[in-house]
Design a protein around this ligand. Structure first.
Ligand SMILES: [Zn+2]
Length: 178
């Protein structure tokens, strides 16, 4: 029985990666009232230290507080930000950073939705999961470029080989022999 419990816990804690999920088919909801707050195509990454997902844009259901906040210590030291809340249930869902020091430059003018207050609906599997069960880390641009270069090189090699085979008539002869 003990083994069974630990197995179930292990499975529910297993984090999915954003790269394993089709971004087009994921929506983000208020954890309390399920109002839609954003979609997968607007996600730019994650700030793990703050437990937040970075969004370029959110839906009109996200209300930006008029009040500007600052902090003298913690993750948001020297930042100017406003709280974000859900229009329907008024609960806190995150922050928008108006101004940030260099260490948080990627967060400037971004919507930071707090993972603990967000659920995700995965259209492909018709399932609602906690945002905390998904990793929204995105590959740094350099790694993505390297990956693309490898793909293009492989395509180029394949096309060159095909061109050579065409020139030597090997493609035609193998096609005609079938
Ligand atoms: Zn709500």
């Amino acid at each position: 029985m003990e083994f069974k419990d630990s197995l179930i816990l292990h499975r529910s804690d297993h984090a999915k990666l954003l790269s394993d999920i089709d971004r087009r088919w994921i929506t983000f909801h208020c954890e309390k009232c399920n109002t839609v707050l954003g979609d997968g195509l607007s996600v730019c990454g994650e700030v793990q230290t703050m437990g937040c997902i970075l969004f370029m844009k959110v839906t009109k259901a996200v209300v930006i507080s008029d009040k500007k906040e600052t902090e003298q210590k913690g993750d948001l030291t020297h930042c100017i930000y406003s709280f974000l809340s859900c229009r329907c249930c008024r609960s806190f869902v995150g922050r928008i950073i108006h101004s940030a020091p260099a260490r948080l430059s990627n967060c400037r003018s971004m919507f930071l939705l707090h993972k603990a207050n967000i659920s995700c609906y995965l259209l492909n599997s018709s399932s609602m999961v906690k945002a905390t069960s998904i990793s929204f880390e995105v590959n740094p641009l350099r790694e993505s470029m390297k990956e693309m270069r490898h793909k293009f090189q492989a395509m180029y090699t394949q096309m060159s080989r095909f061109k050579e085979e065409l020139a030597h008539g090997t493609v035609l002869s193998s096609a005609s022999s079938n």
